[in-house]
Design a protein around this ligand. Structure first.
Ligand code: NAP
Length: 393
């Protein structure tokens, strides 16, 4: 009998096909087909470089196997196989040796960690459309959200799916395939965008959704999307993501921390709560942008009543004020945040720039520790209960 070995795998249900792991892997062990991103057991040397860069934690899967799953096996999966009973190695992840655990612990320091959906979340549909079989959506809106003089060109894009089923939940993403080919003549990979509308459509009961897209200088897909005209047809993959979802429990309290276009899912969360009567749990948002005229949805957000959404709009580049980041404002709101952290109904969501993650965690740590709570234990328990979610790029 073969000696059991550890195999590194990717969870196809949670993976959002951003291909960051594939671009990061130094030994080219990660590859994809039209459907899945997979790991070649013969090439993977467990360097762990891919762990911290994955925005969903779908990369952090391990199985103890006698014969490794082949690439073809993995390409065919809709979900990960369970750990099989294997002689002495039964118990799977526990069989990871100490060196491996140390590597993982080190890699997890910078990672969002392995995320779980909230217990009361609706079941997300994932991967209905892929590179080989994309959906086609028609552009029905393209509105600039930021002032010309702000320097940022952020767009609200509305896509209509007509008669094709394209169910999304708040917090999910879709892929857009930019037309054309790369320098090697290969089709471009899709770029991911968070959906910024709720599940029943940008317009209630229409089969449409919205995205919040910032034009990036030389950005291949962002320029394509920001220049789309009404009536244009766009190739779409997805939907993706099965963990950064909102709880259905009306008593759940939502704490949302974002920068820039990272606000997209929180627009969707807020609209979902606005459209569904009976929510008793409060919502609090810390939203960072350079200036009010570069903060997406500044006008509409200001109109959302404080009793529904407590808003902390934080600006880093106001002429007459010192630079302020979301984590600075969090430190000024210690009492309210300590109350939220102590409440088992609280769900935390962090979305936006990768750089913010560390500062936001430090603020949580300081606030928890001031009340005698260990932040690491609180965060890990929340994550385990599907109440702590990070998606940063
Ligand atoms: P941005 O305009 O570059 O920045 C927004 C604000 O964040 C600015 O006030 C900026 O301040 C501040 N900031 C910079 N570094 C920070 C730090 N270390 N801690 C806290 N705040 C910091 O933002 P953007 O261009 O819209 O970018 C949004 C990011 O979100 C992108 O990386 C995008 O990929 C990501 N995103 C993620 C998702 C997702 O995960 N699902 C969805 C949408 C967008 P200064 O510039 O003044 O330093």
């Amino acid at each position: 009998m073969n000696k059991p070995l550890k195999q590194h795998l990717i969870d196809p249900e949670i993976c959002i096909r951003c291909y960051t792991c594939e671009m990061t892997c130094p030994v080219e062990a990660i590859t994809h087909d039209d459907s899945n991103v997979v790991v070649d057991a013969e090439k993977c040397d467990f360097c762990m470089d891919c762990i911290p860069v994955c925005p969903t934690g779908s990369i952090d899967e391990w199985r103890v196997v006698e014969t490794p799953y082949s690439l073809d096996d993995q390409f065919g999966w809709d979900e990960l196989p369970e750990q099989q009973e294997i002689g002495e190695a039964a118990g799977g992840v526990e069989a990871l040796d100490a060196a491996m655990e140390a590597l993982l612990a080190e890699a997890h320091k910078g990672a969002g960690g392995k995320s779980k959906a909230p217990k009361s979340a609706s079941k997300a549909s994932v991967n209905l459309y892929n590179l080989g079989k994309p959906a086609t959506a028609k552009v029905t809106g393209n509105f600039r959200l930021t002032a010309d003089e702000s320097g940022a060109d952020v767009r609200h894009i509305i896509l209509d799916f007509g008669a094709q089923p394209f169910p999304v939940l708040e917090g999910q993403s879709i892929g857009i395939i930019p037309p054309g080919t790369d320098a090697d003549g290969k089709a471009h990979l899709p770029r991911l965008y968070s959906v910024s509308s709720p599940r029943d459509g940008e317009r209630p009961n229409y089969n449409n959704l919205s995205l919040t897209v910032k034009r990036e200088e030389k950005g291949l897909c962002s320029n394509y999307v920001c220049d789309l005209k009404i009536g244009d047809e766009v190739k779409i993959t997805g939907p993706f993501g099965a963990t950064f979802l909102m709880p259905e429990d009306p008593a759940a309290r939502l704490l949302m921390v974002c920068t820039g276009t990272g606000s997209a899912p929180f627009r969707a969360f807020t609209m979902r709560r606005q459209r569904s009567a009976g929510a008793t749990g409060d919502m609090t948002m810390f939203f960072g942008a350079r200036t009010p005229d570069s903060l997406p949805y500044f006008g509409p957000l200001k109109k959302v009543p404080e009793r529904l959404l407590k808003k902390h709009l934080v600006f880093s580049r106001l002429a007459d004020q010192p630079k302020e980041y979301v984590q600075d404002r969090m430190m000024n709101e210690q009492e309210a945040l300590a109350d939220l952290l102590a409440d088992p109904n609280t769900h935390i969501y962090i979305c936006g720039l990768r750089g913010m993650e560390q500062g936001v965690e430090e603020a949580f740590r300081s606030i928890s520790e001031s009340t005698g709570l260990s932040w690491d234990a609180t965060r890990d328990a929340m994550r385990d209960e599907g109440r702590y979610h990070v998606e940063t790029y």
